[in-house]
Design a protein around this ligand. Structure first.
Ligand SMILES: CC[C@H](C(=O)O)C(=O)SCCNC(=O)CCNC(=O)[C@H](O)C(C)(C)COP(=O)(O)OP(=O)(O)OC[C@H]1O[C@@H](n2cnc3c(N)ncnc32)[C@H](O)[C@@H]1OP(=O)(O)O
Ligand SMILES: [Co+2]
Length: 144
């Protein structure tokens, strides 16, 4: 079902601070920096090139009372989740439910660039897994 890694998400205390390393030292130019109020985060997408290239997603919690800020307080900065792209998120959700996989969503949620569901880490051997069906215009990547 998933056909590619869409992004690897890294949670950081401060996006601008993290970009000093990822942009200025590694040379990964953000293609977008945006607030996602529904998830109480601010996100920077760092493309790794190519039309189907995966991305690094830097995530900064924007409120003190979200699961992200709790994560940050409890575990510090670091890997947060892995996102895999699927062609049909509704079919993916139905299949996860049929297989009794612990899904955190009853319906796909609006993610930054499409519709997504999250699978609980206890079902995935410890990794918070996001499955996303991308909006067509979101699949463009910055050509290097
Ligand atoms: C704008 C969308 C954007 C995008 O890319 O489009 C994003 O993806 S932003 C992502 C922000 N949204 C989410 O993460 C939604 C899904 N996450 C959740 O619902 C929660 O984070 C949840 C349920 C995974 C954990 O929340 P909870 O408050 O229950 O935290 P606990 O500390 O009690 O965790 C329970 C249990 O899970 C382990 N855990 C928590 N977070 C992670 C993680 N990121 N990776 C791996 N494991 C995680 C935690 O250690 C606890 O395990 P235990 O063995 O019980 O200690
Ligand atoms: Co994500």
């Amino acid at each position: 079902m998933p056909r590619r890694i869409d992004h690897v998400a890294i949670i950081v205390r401060n996006l601008e601070q993290a970009l000093i390393f990822y942009r200025d030292t590694l040379g990964l130019e953000p293609r977008a920096i945006q607030d996602v109020p529904s998830e109480q985060v601010r996100i920077a997408f760092l493309p790794m090139g190519g039309p189907q290239g995966s991305e690094i997603e830097l995530i900064e919690p924007t409120t003190p009372d979200s699961s992200l800020s709790r994560f940050l307080e409890k575990r510090g900065e670091g890997m947060h989740h892995l996102c895999l792209e699927v062609d049909d998120i509704d079919a993916a959700l139905q299949e996860m439910n049929e297989r009794e996989v612990a899904v955190l969503d009853t319906q796909p949620r609006l993610a930054a660039e499409g519709r997504a569901i999250f699978l609980h880490p206890k079902a995935t051997h410890g990794v918070l897994l996001e499955l996303i069906e991308k909006r067509p215009q979101a699949t463009r990547r910055v050509e290097r």
